[in-house]
Design a protein around this ligand. Structure first.
Ligand SMILES: C=C(O[C@@H]1C=C(C(=O)O)C=C[C@H]1O)C(=O)O
Ligand SMILES: NC(=O)CC[C@H](N)C(=O)O
Length: 828
């Protein structure tokens, strides 16, 4: 059967509650182009009620009220939703919060659901004879069984004893021994209004597109089945939460429309920036030269001693070692010294340019611009001239991090604090820092060395680009005004190759030694404090404010002034090798905690990777268990060595068996699976804000990965829409959903209050690279030591759900920190 004709559909988004996933149900039925022209997701507070009636209603055919945090009887949570339902000028479908709103609008009461459930699969049974959306040929064709499985995310429910006569219950959940039946479907007996309590758009719900078709068929009937519906006016499309252009499925960056390169005649030549196309990528494979060398030796000679610097012996402003180590997934290693850094302070809205041997220069961004906008526009204009050369790996470009607080400028709806004027001389936080890399040395997984360079074509005139009405100077123009060059000259490249050959033939003999131990870290919050915060999280979940909150805390240690953190990294990379092991060192950066900032990361978690075909991949982790360590005896009086022959074959075998069993138990644990599923639905919704909707998929749902600890990992993919660049993609998905919980915005705001630290800093943000060819790979900053001035810190946390056990959650935090630095001090 043909799907119903697609009406102009407005999805009112009550903020980040997986709302974009509803688009996936549409693209199962219609083309991307049709969906993007006819279906819009608009934030629920984008318009006032009168604006909505005047400007929006005349141009749409139906409304979907999305799921969301909070309560439908709270005006600040539901906006004009109740008024819209009572007025019902067009057909309306309510999902979860939207469904509960239908109850409230017509007089029902909202109560706590008898068993609070988030991210679990339950069975739903439409009433017989079927009613409302379950009484449609589309529904009937979608399955023979009456009952079907869906995912629920709710703390609240419509009290069945208060459902008014105007409304009728159309479906119930199937009761189980521990979960009484609750209302799962509603319809209005006279008006075109339907609701479902469950989430038809969840990755693990069945018959979602049948439900949507039933609704759209009702909309068609309401309008007496027209041949077609008009298109949405562009003004309404433009007010979308995020705009994603309809494009062919795979569009390499080289195929992006290239704006004209002729400078605008109104600009004098001196104002010009870097010409796109003025950069190219080069590589030189070193054959077997230095194949026997350890990465550490080459890093120390090339980067730490700065022998690769084109300016000779000047003091470097950064040292980068994108290390990456796992036995199971192949990775490459990149070593580099940045030629300049751009750091950003949120509170002062100031970008600072740091160069070797020169004083820093600053630029204050206007209120209308975020660092994301500025950095994204600048990076995109560099990237769009080059097509990606390889599906992975860093080819030169940016290396650095976005700290967690950058959420202030990435999350729609998050209140941005006013700019502070720092004439008082207080030192700013470094909320983001990106170093530009022209030349780097890569070690392949086979142990060979490759030199890589971004070359500038000196014959090409420079061409800057600033929109005439842009208040802020563009990144490229600003850099040019400071005579910063991007890319090396041919001579610079040859000098770099010369220094690599020299390093690979004569590496330093003076090797650094790994630190003999980690310093002792003390928790910022006591165990009992943390447990209290877990209670506060659970209470927020009970009230329907959140489904899952990733609560975190930090552990601190002081270190002697001018401590070189490098030996600590050497220890970390062997103690807890991880796919995203990374060392970033910025000796000249100053934070409120002193001079120098270093990031020593052993993160196992991919935040976001973009390959040369613009495929974005995110791999959220949720679900963690400690592993049996090599050499640890877990034998009982009846198993293995019976506790009497530690290290014997029987003891090792038993260790392996127990370790596997722990992993398997984690994989099957319903609470952990639910935690993971919630984040998967969140990440899908994030990706749908930047990818062509039909391309978003989940190739691997809840797989076990066992490195330092056991983890449950899901893979979510999509193809980046043609109008979204790499930095913009990161911004739309930032902060990483696994570090926030869901719904994202409300959870983040609550965590701001619950966490005593008030800042997470680099922890919980992301780090990695934006390669000049558009390829990018970033980790979630977890299992990471941050050294700032005289302070070392390491953050850790875990997802709190309704089912969380206080003691086990605290134990999980200690397991995570312990996997990075071993023993801890003062832990109760
Ligand atoms: C919060 C942390 O980890 C996050 C939470 C996890 C969990 O709840 O199982 C797992 C990985 C991370 O996404 C951390 O390591 O500090
Ligand atoms: N998923 C939702 O829309 C949840 C609705 C409401 N906040 C509840 O917890 O019941």
């Amino acid at each position: 059967m043909q799907p119903p004709t697609l009406p102009r559909t407005l999805i009112l988004d009550y903020y980040d509650s997986y709302t974009n996933n509803l688009l996936c149900l549409f693209t199962q039925l219609y083309s991307d182009a049709e969906v993007l022209n006819k279906v819009v997701v608009i934030k629920a507070d984008k318009y006032t009620w009168s604006e909505f009636q005047e400007r929006v209603l005349p141009n749409i055919d139906c409304v979907i009220l999305s799921p969301g945090p909070g309560r439908p009887d709270n005006p600040s949570d539901i906006g004009f939703g109740l008024g819209l339902l009572r007025f019902h000028p067009v057909p309306i479908l309510g999902v979860c919060l939207g469904h509960q709103a239908i109850g409230v609008a017509f007089g029902a009461k909202i109560i706590n659901t008898p068993r609070i459930t988030h991210g679990h699969v339950v069975s739903v049974s439409p009433v017989i004879p079927s009613k409302g959306l379950f009484d449609s040929p589309f529904w009937q064709l979608s399955g023979k069984e009456n009952d079907f499985e869906v995912v629920v995310y709710n703390s609240l429910t419509v009290d069945p004893s208060t459902v008014p006569n105007e409304l009728e219950v159309t479906a119930w959940s199937v009761p189980t021994s521990d979960r009484p039946s609750t209302v799962q479907g509603l319809r209005h007996r006279e008006h075109p209004i339907w609701g479902v309590q469950y989430h038809p758009e969840s990755i693990s719900s069945t018959r979602g597109s049948a439900l949507l078709q039933s609704f759209l068929a009702k909309v068609n009937q309401f309008y007496s089945s027209p041949d077609s519906f008009p298109a949405l006016p562009s003004k309404i499309v433009a007010s979308c939460a995020y705009r994603v252009s309809a494009a062919s499925k795979s569009r390499p960056s080289s195929a992006l429309p290239t704006p004209p390169i002729t400078p605008s005649p109104s600009r004098p030549p001196s104002q010009r920036g870097f010409r796109r196309g003025g950069l190219s990528i080069s590589e030189k494979r070193m054959g077997d030269l230095g194949k026997q060398l350890r990465t550490q030796d080459v890093f120390e000679s090339l980067v730490k001693q700065n022998r690769g610097s084109r300016k000779g012996k000047e003091k470097a402003i950064g040292e980068f070692w994108l290390d990456g180590q796992t036995p199971t997934r192949s990775t490459t290693t990149s070593l580099a010294t940045p030629s300049f850094l751009l750091s950003y302070s949120l509170s002062a809205r100031t970008v600072t340019l740091h160069r070797p041997s020169l004083p820093p220069s600053q630029l204050i961004l206007s209120d209308a611009t975020t660092f994301w906008d500025w950095f994204s526009a600048g990076s995109q204009s560099l990237t769009s001239s080059l097509s990606a050369t390889s599906s992975q790996g860093f080819r030169g470009g940016w290396v650095g991090y976005f700290g967690y607080e950058m959420k202030m400028e990435s999350l729609q709806g998050y209140k941005r604090a006013p700019r502070v004027d720092r004439s008082d001389g207080l030192v700013e936080e470094v909320d983001a820092c990106w170093g530009w890399v022209d030349c780097l040395t890569e070690r392949t997984s086979e142990g060979q060395w490759i030199a890589r360079g971004v070359l500038r074509d000196e014959g090409v005139p420079l061409d800057g680009k600033n929109d005439e009405d842009d208040e802020d100077v563009s990144m490229l123009d600003w850099l040019r005004s400071h005579e910063v060059s991007l890319g090396v000259s041919q001579q610079g490249w040859e000098d770099y190759l010369e220094s690599i050959r020299d390093v690979l033939s004569n590496p330093t003999s003076d090797h650094a030694k790994p630190a003999s131990s980690f310093p002792t870290f003390r928790p910022n919050a006591t165990g009992s404090d943390y447990r209290k915060r877990i209670d506060a999280c659970r209470e927020a979940i009970r009230q329907g404010e959140s489904y899952e909150l990733t609560l975190t805390t930090r552990f601190f240690s002081s270190c002697p002034p001018a401590l070189d953190p490098y030996p600590l990294y050497l220890r970390l990379r062997t103690f807890n090798p991880a796919y995203y092991s990374t060392y970033l060192h910025f000796p000249t950066l100053i934070t409120p905690r002193g001079k120098g900032l270093s990031v020593l990361s052993s993160s196992p978690e991919r935040f976001l990777k973009i390959d040369k075909n613009r495929r974005v991949e995110m791999m959220p982790i949720k679900g963690t268990r400690a592993r049996v360590k090599p050499g640890q005896c877990v034998c009982t009086p009846n198993t293995g060595c019976k506790g009497q022959d530690k290290g014997s074959e029987a003891c090792v075998e038993e260790g392996k068996r127990v370790d596997e069993r722990i992993g398997e138990e984690l994989r099957l644990d319903q609470k952990e699976r639910a935690e993971n599923l919630m984040i998967v639905d969140l990440i899908r919704s994030d990706l749908l804000s930047c990818c062509t909707p039909s391309t978003v998929s989940v190739p691997k749902l809840i797989a076990l990965e066992s490195y330092g600890v056991h983890n449950l990992v899901t893979t979510v993919q999509g193809i980046l829409a043609a109008n979204v660049g790499s930095v913009e993609c990161v911004r739309r998905c930032f902060p990483p959903g696994s570090m926030t919980g869901a719904p994202k915005l409300r959870s983040v705001q609550m965590l701001d209050d619950f966490e005593s630290d008030k800042r997470r800093g680099i922890y919980s943000g992301c780090l990695g690279y934006f390669s000049i060819d558009g390829v990018s790979d970033l980790s979630v900053v977890i299992r990471t030591i941050v050294a700032e001035g005289e302070q070392l810190s390491i953050g850790a946390g875990g997802a709190i759900t309704w089912l969380s056990d206080r003691d086990k959650e605290w134990e999980e935090v200690l397991t995570k920190v312990g996997s990075v630095v071993g023993k801890l001090d003062d832990v109760q």
